[in-house]
Design a protein around this ligand. Structure first.
Ligand SMILES: Cc1cc2nc3c(=O)[nH]c(=O)nc-3n(C[C@H](O)[C@H](O)[C@H](O)COP(=O)(O)OP(=O)(O)OC[C@H]3O[C@@H](n4cnc5c(N)ncnc54)[C@H](O)[C@@H]3O)c2cc1C
Length: 470
């Protein structure tokens, strides 16, 4: 069996398959191994456009240097509940959570205190905001890499792991079944089962392959917005109790869906590279010494384009590239300057009480990069948030842009996440079915379990050793 991609989705598929004897599993990953992954921007703050990018590729995928917030709700981080009923999705999430804890995730859970949740839900509702119930387990950036390294060690002698190898083509046999893959180096690997888990970074490649193989694709939403940075004291009242509040808002002017995403108390703002576009992101360290005086979070406007437009990914990238063109990759602007209609200059930024944690960002004017609709939606939400958490709407609140979440086009998939090409499964963020660590990991379990089940039903055809599938 071949797994393409060593992110959480691919790793969890491998962990599940590794539980069975008699299966030969090969995992191909285009980036570096976990111990070799080094991003210069984590030291300098400036993206050097490495190819492949060490933040988004390599063992652990986009999750390796992520903040490692395990959000344990079917409503957050993906759309797996569209493929299984609510109870099955919750059971999968519980399995994923247990596995992360087996490999070193902490026991502490945030946001599961019903009394606090109810109180914050009531306060949010008064400002037109909806709080989603989503308990969070926080790994922290340094521990996330440790957990992924422990998974790597567990698989060492059970799965063949080849890093630095890009899969370029998915092969099919004359009967239409999947038959293997070829790599950029020209190697051909045969297999009756291929699980593709290429992440957002590899989603364009997967879409091209799906088109070539005649697999129908559905365009997904694109989320466009900014990263907000405020003094941590502004958000401490809610983050101390819930860690990561997921708040939804329907904007006043356009009635668009706006949401908070990836809140990092006492964290840092960072960049990520998506080929020719650099976007902003954030994370926080579990280690007390590396905590900052600021909290950052994303505000995202979700748009699902209708006919005839089918390139949400390209649209999102174009907006990111506009911001890149105006600054050195990422623009930063004080909210007060945006409201007054002028750019933030280095002098104005120096006067800000909020010290930017992404020092490489260029002081500028986001109004030149973001469409009016998005900007209006974001300001509406900042106003609502300011009423809930006074200070969020302050003059010195920093806005970084652009933050774009590309949700890959979704190939047609059945409830096992199998494509119409028998034996070919597509999982994780790259298949557009997830957008977070937990659901991406869960999708790996779904595909691997389906593969094992399919093997069981054909047990008579398997070699004697393979019949022991426990
Ligand atoms: C900075 C940052 C912070 C984040 N923080 C959080 C968080 O706190 N909580 C959360 O839930 N989510 C977070 N996320 C999102 C989370 O990391 C992703 O949802 C998750 O990693 C998706 O898993 P995946 O396995 O589907 O894809 P990925 O993790 O993207 O892994 C895909 C892998 O496939 C490889 N690949 C791609 N194409 C090919 C190919 N053709 N051949 C071989 N290999 C290929 C890539 O190199 C990559 O390693 C964060 C993401 C980033 C970038």
């Amino acid at each position: 069996m071949i797994i393409v991609g060593g992110g959480p989705a691919g790793i969890f598929a491998a962990l599940e398959l590794a539980r069975y004897r008699g299966l030969r599993v090969l995992l191909l990953e285009k980036g570096a191994d976990i111990s070799e992954r080094r991003c210069p921007a984590r030291v300098t703050g400036e993206c050097l456009h490495c190819s492949p990018c060490d933040i988004t590729t390599g063992w652990g995928g986009a999750g390796a240097f992520s903040d490692g917030k395990l959000t344990l709700s079917p409503e957050v981080g993906g759309w797996l509940s569209e493929y299984a009923d609510g109870a099955a999705t919750r059971a999968l999430i519980a399995d994923v959570d247990r596995i992360y804890r087996d490999f070193g995730a902490p026991d502490r859970l945030y946001g599961d205190d019903a009394e606090k949740l109810d109180r914050w839900s009531d306060l949010a509702a008064r400002q037109g905001l909806r709080l989603i119930h989503s308990p969070v387990r926080h790994l922290g950036t340094e521990r996330a890499a440790g957990v992924l390294a422990a998974m790597r060690a567990e698989l060492e002698d059970k799965v063949d792991i080849v890093t630095g190898t890009t899969v370029t083509r998915i092969l099919t046999a004359a009967d239409g079944r999947v038959s293997g893959v070829t790599t950029a180096g020209g190697d051909v690997y045969d297999s009756a089962v291929v699980i593709v888990a290429p992440g957002r970074e590899g989603s364009a490649w997967l879409a091209e392959e799906a088109q070539r193989l005649g697999i129908p694709l559905v365009a997904n939403a694109v989320d466009i917005g900014i990263r907000v940075e405020v003094p941590a004291v502004v958000t401490d009242p809610i983050t101390d109790e819930l860690y990561e509040p997921k708040l939804l808002y329907t904007s006043r002017h356009f009635e668009d869906q706006v949401r908070t995403f990836c809140m990092n108390p006492h964290g840092v703002v960072c960049t990520e590279s998506w080929g020719d576009a650099v976007t902003v992101n954030g994370h926080s360290y579990a280690d007390a010494e590396r905590k900052t005086a600021n909290t950052n979070f994303a505000l995202l406007v979700s748009t699902r384009f209708t006919e005839p437009f089918k390139q949400p990914l390209e649209y999102g990238k174009s907006i990111a590239r506009l911001a890149n063109m105006l600054g050195r990759d990422i623009l930063v602007q004080r909210l007060g300057d945006l409201r007054s209609g002028h750019r933030t200059t280095p002098e104005r930024l120096r006067r800000s009480v909020v010290e930017p944690t992404l020092r490489a960002a260029t002081p500028g004017d986001l109004a030149f990069a973001l469409p009016y609709r998005h900007l209006r939606d974001l300001i509406d939400m900042l106003d609502a948030l300011d009423a809930l958490l006074p200070g969020v709407g302050g003059r010195d609140t920093l806005l970084y842009g652009a933050e774009v979440k590309f949700y890959s086009s979704r190939p047609a998939l059945d409830h096992d996440l199998q494509t119409p090409v028998p034996g070919l499964y597509a999982i994780g963020d790259g298949a557009g079915v997830t957008r977070g660590l937990v659901q991406a990991s869960a999708s790996g379990l779904v595909a691997a379990r389906a593969v094992v089940d399919a093997g069981r039903t054909q047990a008579a055809e398997l070699e004697p050793g393979d019949r022991d599938l426990a």
